[in-house]
Structures are given as C-alpha cells and as structure tokens.
Design a protein around this ligand. Structure first.
Ligand code: ATP
Length: 427
C-alpha cells in the first residue's frame, strides 16, 4: 500500500482564485485532519509512554523508600550494637604506638600492654600516641578516644574559674597575706613593675604549716583578687602506679594552666612527690616518684617568671622536702602558716559567725581564749556545731551555752572519740 504524502499545495499568491479567501479546498482539509489525527495518535502514545514511565518511577520510588526504611532499621540496629559495644565497663588505657590504621599498642591501666584493633568508627587522626582510650572489656578493641585528661578532670585536678573566696574570708594571717600578695598577686597584676625595677618575681611559693591553717583558703583568695583560674591538685594524686603516668600528669597540669592563664596551680601535699631522694637503692615506686618530681622541676624551670602562671605548693612536712625543689628559681618564697593566736582565732570565729544569729551574750573573745591550739578548720567546726546545738533545741538564735557544748564536742572529736548525733535531731 502506497502512502499518500502530505502535499501542501504551493501558495501561488493568486488571491483571485476560485475559492473564497479563508476557505480551504476539501482535500486540503482532509490532509489537515489526517495530520491532526496523526499528531493525536502520536501524543496519545507519548502520553501512554509517560504514564508508564510515571508508574515505573512510582514503583521504583516505593522500592527505594522501602529499602531506605530497611537501611534505617539496620543503621539503628548497628548503632545500638555500637553503643552496647561502647557502653561501660570499658578498660582505660594509653596509646603507646600506632602500628597502622587498624592497630595500636595500648598500655592498659590494669597493667598489661595490648596490641589492639582500632574501631573503624574512630577518626585515625585522633588515634595518636599518648591519647587516652577506652577498650572493650572482652575484645580489647579501642572503641573510643577520650578527650585529653586535663579536660575531663580524670586526674583529680580541680579547676575553679576565679574562686569566690576573698581576703576578708581569711582571718588573721596578716603577714602571710602580705607575702603572698607581693609574690603571687603583684607579678600577675603588675608585671611591668618588676620589669621597671629590674627584678625577677618568684616563680613559686611554698606554704607550710599544720593542717587547717588556711593555706588553701589564702591561695584561693589570691586567685580571686587576681581574677586567675585556680587549679587545685593533690600531690599524692600525682603519684601513679605506672611508669611515666605521674610525669605525664604534671605536663598536662602545666599545659592546662597555660590554657587557663592567668592561673595559679595549687599543689597540696607537695611532699608526696617532693620528698627528699635518698642515695640508697630505690624501689621501682621511688623511681616513679622521682621521675614525677623531675618533671615538676623541669616544668618550673621551663616557664617564664614574668608569665601569668604561678605555682603555689603546700605541705605539712617542709622538713622532708627535696632541696632541689626549694632552690632559687623554683619554690623560692617559703611562707609559714602557724596555728592562729588568740586575736587570729577571734577573727576566724568572727568570719564563721558572720551569718549566724548570735545572742548578744555570746562572747567571741571568750571563745577565742578557750580554743588555744585549735586551727581554722576546727574553729569553723565549733561554729557549725554551735549552730547545730541551737537547731537541736529548736531555737533560731545561738547562745554561749551552744558554743560551750560545741567546744566540748570538738575537743572530744580531737581526742578521737566519735560524737554520736543525738536522737532529738531526727525526732
Ligand atoms: P591542709 O594542710 O590540711 O590542706 P589548709 O591549711 O590548706 O589545710 P584550709 O583548707 O585552707 O587548710 O582550711 C580549711 C578550712 O578551715 C577552710 O575552708 C576554712 O573554713 C577554715 N579556715 C582555716 N583557716 C582559716 C582562716 N585563717 N580564716 C578563716 N577560715 C579558716
């Protein structure tokens, strides 16, 4: 069958032809109709195709959505598994060496060393020697890298951004306040003064004296007045069981202080690491303590006297300290904190009774006379105990009798007798 080609009659431009203008010849109309039909058929077929495509896409979309839901369920399951895997108890350790992307040597805090697998979920950049990590209890794989110790306060350092203790909260100790202010406060607040005069301010100050005589309190007050961070660490916490741990903690302590500068590092019980090193053969423990002390000396030597980090040490046993610690350029100011005298005791009592509702008959001077040999913290205990006596008697004002009883109780406590709470307190 031969197809009739769509022949459009050529336009002659003859407007005087037999057909009226705008009226088409019948066979031209048919042609046009046929062409329209053809277009219609083509469009319908295209429409059908597109609908089919839409149907296919919808089906694909539904399949994709169902797969996505399945993946979501799987991810949730895997996350739960991972959380189970990471959930405590985990073993802590320190990465000693990174073998390759998937393995590292870890010194666990329980003692032994492990060649551990590194979880794929960890960023290899975080897996570095010296990093603190958590390992799964059974497989000993590294499942988490913990933030540096100085951030998470694992190592018993306590950081207070400007403590709220002021000089007015410290009773007596006038000479000690003066000495501490000129050796710690002044270099932090007016370093240019030392530059002009041409002297080097002390790097560290050592406070010594019996317990509870206000050493920590006064160091906090200095930090408050210099708007410095107060980093409190206890010397015995720096004595660690494993080789190099104590030295590392000292390094981190100073690093943290530099980050929080201006800062005062307060090392309580410094004798725990600063005890004199004997000449006799050491035990491995002694070696570790002396390594920690050497790191402390290195840190003290390494920072600038005019810098904004000051170190304050405190001890009840200055007699056992290593001479190396006390040489000029290290703890070169030594301040004694004696037990308070009568006037000192009266001021301490006045500070601790500031907010207490005392009867007019209470004589702090009298109490100060009777508290010979007591330190600041015992005087505070007397005030608290007197307040408790008033509460036990259902009173809101404190009498001299409450103080007398409190004094007796605190003195009894000193001699080692445990004071029982009276039943009335809880009835
Ligand atoms: P330790 O050697 O045992 O660490 P310390 O000398 O550092 O003792 P602090 O911690 O300063 O003693 O004092 C303990 C508490 O005793 C303080 O919180 C404070 O309430 C009270 N205290 C001690 N001395 C004074 C003082 N001079 N003025 C006011 N309160 C004091």
């Amino acid at each position: 069958m031969s197809e009739t080609p769509d022949i459009v009659p050529p336009c002659t431009g003859d407007t005087n032809s037999a057909d009226a203008p705008g009226e088409k010849k019948p066979h031209a109309k048919e042609n046009e109709l046929a062409a329209l039909r053809k277009t219609n058929i083509a469009l319908e077929s295209r429409n059908f195709e597109l609908r089919e495509q839409v149907r296919q896409l919808r089906l694909q979309n539904a399949a994709a959505e169902s797969q996505r839901d399945q993946y979501k369920r799987e991810i949730k399951k895997l996350r739960d598994e991972l959380n189970d895997y990471r959930s405590p108890p985990l073993v802590l350790g320190t990465i000693e060496a990174v073998i390759d992307e998937g393995h590292a040597v870890v010194h666990s805090t329980t003692g032994p060393q492990f060649l551990s697998r590194v979880s794929e979920h960890l960023d290899p950049k975080d897996v570095t020697p010296g990093a603190l990590c958590a390992m799964h209890l059974q497989s000993f794989s590294i499942v988490e890298i913990l933030p540096p110790k100085y951030d998470c306060q694992v190592c018993a350092m306590e950081v207070t951004e400007t403590p709220d203790v002021t000089y007015d909260d410290v009773g007596g100790l006038e000479e000690q306040k003066k000495l501490l202010r000129e050796s710690v406060e002044l270099p932090l607040t007016s370093p240019q003064l030392f530059e002009k005069v041409g002297v080097v301010p002390p790097k560290g100050v050592l406070m010594f004296g019996p317990p509870g005589t206000g050493k920590t309190l006064l160091a906090k007050a200095v930090a408050h007045h210099t708007k410095a961070s107060f980093i409190h660490v206890v010397g015995s916490e720096l004595v660690q069981k494993y080789i190099g741990e104590g030295a590392r903690m000292v390094r981190e302590l100073f690093q943290m202080a530099r980050e929080h500068a201006p800062a005062i590092i307060f090392i309580d019980e410094i004798d725990a690491i600063g005890g004199a090193r004997g000449n006799d053969s050491y035990s491995p423990g002694d070696h570790e303590v002396s390594r920690t002390l050497m790191q402390l000396l290195a840190e003290l030597d390494g920072f600038d006297n005019r810098g904004d980090v000051k170190v304050v040490g405190a001890t009840n046993r200055p007699d056992i300290l290593d001479r190396a610690l006390l040489r000029p350029g290290r703890f070169d100011r030594i301040i004694e904190f004696p037990l308070p005298d009568e006037e000192g005791r009266r001021t301490i009592l006045a500070i601790h009774t500031r907010k207490m509702n005392l009867r007019k008959t209470v004589s702090l001077a009298e109490i100060a006379k009777e508290t010979e040999g007591m330190n600041g913290s015992e005087l505070m205990a007397v005030c608290v105990e007197a307040g408790m006596n008033a509460i036990r008697s259902r009173r809101t004002t404190i009498t001299q009798d409450d103080f007398d009883k409190a004094l007796a109780a605190v003195k009894t406590g000193r001699s080692g007798v445990v004071v029982q709470a009276p039943d009335a307190m809880y009835s």
